[in-house]
Write a protein that binds this ligand. Structure first.
Ligand SMILES: NC(=O)c1ccc[n+]([C@@H]2O[C@H](COP(=O)([O-])OP(=O)(O)OC[C@H]3O[C@@H](n4cnc5c(N)ncnc54)[C@H](OP(=O)(O)O)[C@@H]3O)[C@@H](O)[C@H]2O)c1
Length: 256
């Protein structure tokens, strides 16, 4: 990649303390420029400012939602962005991390719930993938023999439906099958597409509220976002002679 700086685009950043934020932090540390796409301009700016304060080159691209047009517009803005430091940029990694946790008995799901899930997990993921792959196709092969790596954050619900997960699982299943099809279609063009099944509770504010502060110390019972990010860097560093489509990450003492 010589003097060209690699860029990672991440869609779905939340408050910066989950998987999206941890991945941004790790890739910035290893030399990537970082473009963040998420809802809520103020919240996103806080995350970007925190990362910039560590010396990272980070830009925030707020969106209204994770719809098809939102993702397409965000990529157009990313491509037009002038990075302050010298050197060209190539998109080398794209992570679709957005996920909406609709958990309700089937009969309580509303049309709005369904629309949010469909937009976030399918329409948005589809448009994000399309934009990322179009950029990857312009790249020369890197030192791993790849043009780029497209990652998806999945969940237990990507493999297993359950009570209260009819909408959530349907969305995650759809995203998983999208990633599998893209892996098959674009592997021959040396684009690596991988899906991570995150099978357990991630240490986030949401789960600290749900399970209490003891979750923080229960290192074998929950997943650390920084450790998931390490898994993503591992996928990106795989060469094309042996790459993973699906990675399954779970805490050591899981009981499910
Ligand atoms: N938390 C867990 O225990 C767990 C377990 C397995 C898998 N996952 C998956 O891991 C990914 C990252 O989650 P994380 O917990 O680590 O937190 P995170 O990285 O902070 O990301 C949370 C994501 O959820 C999005 N989101 C929340 N409510 C939403 C809504 N109503 N509509 C659209 N998007 C919404 C956030 O969007 P904004 O950035 O726009 O706010 C953000 O993209 C998600 O795809 C999630 O499904 C999570």
């Amino acid at each position: 990649m010589s003097s060209v700086r690699p860029l990672i685009v991440i869609a779905g950043v939340g408050n910066g303390l989950g998987t999206g934020g941890a991945t941004a932090r790790l890739f910035a540390q290893v030399g990537y420029r970082v473009a963040l796409i998420a809802r809520g301009a103020d919240k996103l700016k806080n995350v970007a400012d925190e990362l910039s304060a560590t010396g990272a080159e980070v830009v925030a691209f707020p969106v209204e939602a994770y719809g098809y047009q939102d993702m397409t517009n965000a990529f157009a803005a990313i491509k037009a962005h002038q990075w302050p430091s010298a050197g060209a940029t190539e998109l080398r990694v794209a992570l679709y991390n957005a996920g909406v946790s609709v958990r309700k008995p089937f009969l309580e799901n509303t049309e709005k719930d369904l629309r949010t899930v469909t937009d976030t997990n399918f329409n948005g993921a589809f448009a994000f993938s399309r934009q990322a792959i179009q950029e990857f196709l312009k790249n020369e092969l890197d030192d791993k023999g790849k043009r780029g790596t497209l990652l998806f954050t999945g969940a237990t619900g990507s493999l297993r439906g359950n009570i209260t997960t009819s909408a959530f699982s349907a969305g995650k299943f759809a995203m998983r099958s999208l990633s599998q099809s893209l892996n098959k279609e674009f592997g021959p063009q040396n684009i690596h597409v991988a899906h991570a099944v995150i099978d357990g509770a991630i240490l986030t504010d949401f789960h600290l509220k749900r399970f209490g502060e003891s979750l923080r110390d229960n290192v074998d019972g929950r997943l650390d976002p920084a450790s998931i990010a390490t898994g993503y860097l591992y996928l990106v560093n795989q060469d094309r002679s042996a790459w993973t489509w699906e990675l399954d990450l779970r805490p050591a003492h899981e009981k499910w």
